[in-house]
Design a protein around this ligand. Structure first.
Ligand code: ZN
Ligand code: ZN
Ligand code: FE
Length: 330
């Protein structure tokens, strides 16, 4: 069993290579490893972090071969963890209570700080895959994290763009985007005291939305207690909105974008969360295919502004009788 990073000299990116992860042990069909009382979880918790049983990265990683010429190999050093979000076996973020989801946010902060303090960890990537369509085998609500020994390319790219903008315009790119969205308003969906939810002007996925913190900060640990409740609120609202869009639980990828943990300062970066649902309508999926994968160029069928209106409509339905901390943006 080996875990390694292989350098792609053509694209300038690392690939995480984990040799055959052992076959999952047989489990009774109705056994959930994340439910209270399971072997790894025990009782008396609301949120919980567990090491991933089949990690792509590990602290004792051994490569399967040595570097040769431009074929660089490094140990697949790092951590993969699961964040179990509730003792309840089914549901989405919107099915958690505000109090419970706030504890999830606290755990995002705690793991980011803890794993990020390892000098070899350069980035803590926290994310959530939802739905069988995304390949989630366990329905028990959970997030994941990868503590990486490098800053991943998408984040690198955002950092470069944000730094350039900061130099040229003397302000934060993300703060500026909030201003533009508030001026135009057509893609704006919901806001509370501390966060705003909108469909970006530059959406790549049909129903992509982003959550930006109103305060210019770089990561979740910097959030105050109040802001953590606000983040929990807006996460509940956005998933409620998604689940009322087509009348079924919408599969999505949720990515949290925070500053790297490589010891450098990133004053020009800005904490945000991105949702990528895969559907283009109730029955069709948007695939990343030839143009998207082969050329890294996204095509968007339709208009983001029209889909934003559709989302706002389902948002209205979704939170009509709900207690929320913010308001719909009209
Ligand atoms: Zn369960
Ligand atoms: Zn900012
Ligand atoms: Fe981002």
């Amino acid at each position: 069993m080996s875990n390694e990073l292989r350098w792609n000299p053509v694209l300038g990116t690392w690939i995480i290579v984990a040799a055959k992860r052992q076959k999952r042990p047989w489990r009774p069909k109705d056994y959930c490893p994340f439910c209270p009382g399971a072997e790894e979880t025990g009782y008396g918790w609301e949120v919980l972090t567990l090491p991933n049983k089949f990690p792509a990265l590990r602290p004792d990683a051994k490569p399967s071969l040595k570097s040769e010429d431009i074929y660089k190999v490094r140990p697949g050093y790092g951590y993969c963890e699961v964040i179990v979000e509730t003792p309840q076996h089914e549901g989405d973020l919107c099915d958690l209570t505000l109090e419970n989801l706030k504890k999830v946010v606290d755990l995002y902060a705690e793991r980011y700080e803890k794993l990020g303090s390892d000098p070899k960890i350069k980035y803590v990537f926290e994310f959530r895959n939802k739905g069988a369509l995304i390949g989630v085998s366990l329905t028990h609500p959970h997030s994941q994290l990868y503590a990486l020994p490098f800053v991943p390319p998408r984040i690198r790219r955002e950092l470069v763009q944000a730094r350039k903008f900061y130099k040229r315009r003397k302000k934060c790119l993300f703060c500026h985007i909030i201003e533009l969205e508030k001026k135009t308003r057509v893609r704006l969906l919901y806001e509370n005291e501390d966060f705003v939810l909108f469909m970006p002007f530059f959406a790549m996925w049909p129903y992509e939305t982003h959550i930006y913190s109103k305060r210019h900060i770089q990561n979740i640990p910097q959030l105050t207690e109040e802001e953590r409740y606000s983040l929990a609120d807006i996460l509940r609202v956005s998933t409620k909105m998604y689940n009322s869009l087509f009348g079924f639980d919408l599969p999505y990828i949720m990515a949290i974008h925070q500053s790297p943990t490589d010891g450098k300062k990133y004053p020009y970066y800005h904490l945000h969360v991105e949702f990528y649902p895969l559907h283009r309508d109730a029955k069709k999926i948007k695939y990343a295919a030839g143009i998207e994968w082969g050329a890294w160029t996204f095509t968007y069928d339709g208009l983001p502004e029209e889909r934003a209106q559709q989302l706002k409509h389902s948002l209205r339905k979704a939170i009509k009788d709900e207690k929320v901390l913010g308001r719909i943006c009209d």
